[in-house]
Ligand binder design. Structure first.
Ligand code: ATP
Length: 370
C-alpha cells in the first residue's frame, strides 16, 4: 500500500541532450512504493543526469516523471525541485560544520521548525542519533555523520529519496559497514529510494531491484538474481560479472531446450531475450559461461564426463579462491576453484561445465570484459 511517505516513481520516455549530444535516450523506469532501486552503469552513461531530472534539477527534453499521482515533469509541466518532496543525498554527505546535529537535520524544514521540531526528533530517532542532537559534526565519526545526513534528507518527509554514489568517498571497510546500515535504514524508513552506483556489489546488496544503464538507456531491470542469472544481453552479462562465451548449437527444444557445446549438451532454462532465433533447433548461439560454472581437472583418459581439453595460460590466486585462464579451441575461458592453485601456467587440464544457469544469445557476443 502506498503510504504518505512511500510513492511509486514512474519515468517514461525521458530524453536529454547537452549541446546536441544525447545523454538520456528514452529512459523508462518504474519503482515500486517503498522499494530501493539501484541505477548501475559505467561512467558517463547518464545515471546522475537521470537522478537530476527526477529531482527537477535538470529539465528533460521530453518524457514524463510521475511521483505518486503527481506529474512532476511532463509536457507543459515542470514542478520546481523544492516543491517535489524529493530528498537528495550526494556523494560527500556534507554537513554544515557550524551547525549542530539538530540544526543540520532541521535545515530543509520550514523556518519555524528549523531549531526545534518533532520532525527533527523523529528523523534523529530513525537513524539512532537522538543522543547526539547537540553535538557538532566534527565530533562525530564518518558513519555517524552519514546517519545525520540521511536524517537531514528524510526530515522533510520526502516521498522519494535519491542518493548519488553515496559511498564513493569511504574506504573499502567503511563502505561495506555503512552500506549495510543504510540498507537496513532504507527498509525501516520505507521510503522509495533510487541510488546511483557503478559498483556491482553495492547495487546488488542495496537494491531490491537493479536497473542497468548503458549509453543513456536502461537495458535491463530486475532483481539482482535475475540480472546475474538471466542477463538480457551479453553486455549486461559482462557488466555484472566475469563472462566468457563459447559457441554452441541448439540441439533440442522439446521437452526442454538444450545446447551442444565443447563441454557436451547443456540444459538452457531460459534463452537470452535479445534474439529469439537462438531457440530454433540447429541455430548457432553464444553460450555464457561464468568462472564459477567451470571446473578444471587433471587429464585422465578414463574420465567419461563431458569435457574440453585445455592448457592453463594464467593463474590468479586471491586468497579464498583461484581463477585459471584456460585456453581451449582458440578461446580463453576463466574457471574459478576454491583454495590455493593446484595447477600452474602451461599445465594441460580438462575443463568441465559443472552447472549454473546456462544462458544463450544469438549472434556474436560482445561483453565489456571481453
Ligand atoms: P559517472 O558515473 O561518471 O558519474 P554518470 O553515468 O552519472 O557518470 P552523467 O553525470 O549523467 O553520467 O553524465 C553523462 C554525460 O553527460 C557525460 O558525458 C557528461 O559529460 C554529460 N553531462 C552531464 N551534465 C552535463 C552538463 N550540464 N553539460 C554538458 N554535459 C553534461
Amino acid at each position: 500500500m502506498e503510504t504518505e511517505q512511500s510513492a511509486r516513481v514512474e519515468v517514461a520516455g525521458v530524453t536529454k541532450s547537452f549541446s546536441g549530444e544525447a545523454v538520456l535516450r528514452g529512459v523508462n523506469l518504474d519503482v515500486e512504493p517503498g522499494s530501493t532501486v539501484a541505477l548501475l552503469g559505467p561512467s558517463g552513461c547518464g545515471k546522475t543526469t537521470l537522478l537530476r531530472v527526477i529531482a527537477g534539477l535538470e529539465p528533460a527534453d521530453d518524457g514524463v516523471v510521475v511521483v505518486g499521482d503527481r506529474v512532476l515533469t511532463g509536457p507543459g509541466v515542470f514542478v520546481p525541485p523544492e516543491e517535489r518532496r524529493v530528498g537528495l543525498v550526494f556523494q560527500d554527505w556534507a554537513l554544515f560544520p557550524h551547525l549542530n546535529v539538530a540544526r543540520n537535520v532541521g535545515f530543509g524544514l520550514p523556518r519555524s521548525e528549523r531549531r526545534s521540531s518533532p520532525r527533527i526528533d523523529e528523523a534523529l530517532h530513525l537513524v539512532g542519533m537522538e543522543e547526539f542532537a547537540d553535538r557538532m559534526p566534527d565530533t562525530l565519526s564518518g558513519g555517524q555523520q552519514q546517519r545525520v545526513a540521511l536524517a537531514r534528507a528524510v526530515a522533510p518527509r520526502p516521498r522519494v529519496l535519491l542518493l548519488d554514489e553515496p559511498f564513493s568517498n569511504l574506504d573499502a571497510t567503511m563502505r561495506v559497514r555503512v552500506r549495510n546500515e543504510i540498507h537496513e535504514l532504507l527498509h525501516l524508513l520505507g521510503i522509495t529510494s533510487i541510488f546511483v552506483t557503478h559498483d556491482q556489489d553495492e547495487a546488488f546488496v542495496l537494491g531490491d531491484r537493479v536497473a542497468v544503464v548503458n549509453a543513456g538507456a536502461i537495458v535491463q531491470t530486475g532483481s539482482p538474481e535475475e540480472i546475474y542469472e538471466r542477463p538480457s544481453t551479453p553486455w549486461v552479462a559482462g557488466f555484472v560479472g566475469a563472462a566468457d562465451f563459447v559457441t554452441g548449437q541448439i540441439s533440442s527444444t522439446a521437452p526442454a531446450i538444450e545446447v551442444t557445446t565443447m563441454f557436451g549438451r547443456l540444459p538452457v532454462p531460459s534463452p537470452g531475450t535479445d534474439d529469439a532465433t537462438g531457440t530454433a533447433v540447429g541455430s548457432m548461439v553464444s553460450v555464457l559461461v561464468r568462472p564459477e560454472h567451470l571446473r578444471v581437472s587433471v587429464p585422465d583418459a578414463t574420465d567419461n564426463a563431458p569435457h574440453a581439453p585445455g592448457v592453463v595460460r594464467a593463474v590468479e590466486y586471491v586468497g579464498r579462491d583461484t581463477v585459471y585462464a584456460v585456453e581451449s579451441a582458440g578461446a580463453v575461458l576463466r574457471a574459478r576453484a576454491l583454495g590455493p592453485p593446484l595447477f600452474a601456467v602451461g599445465d594441460p587440464v580438462l575443463i568441465h561445465h559443472h552447472g549454473g544457469p546456462v544462458r544463450v544469445f544469438g549472434g556474436s557476443a560482445e561483453s565489456p570484459t571481453g
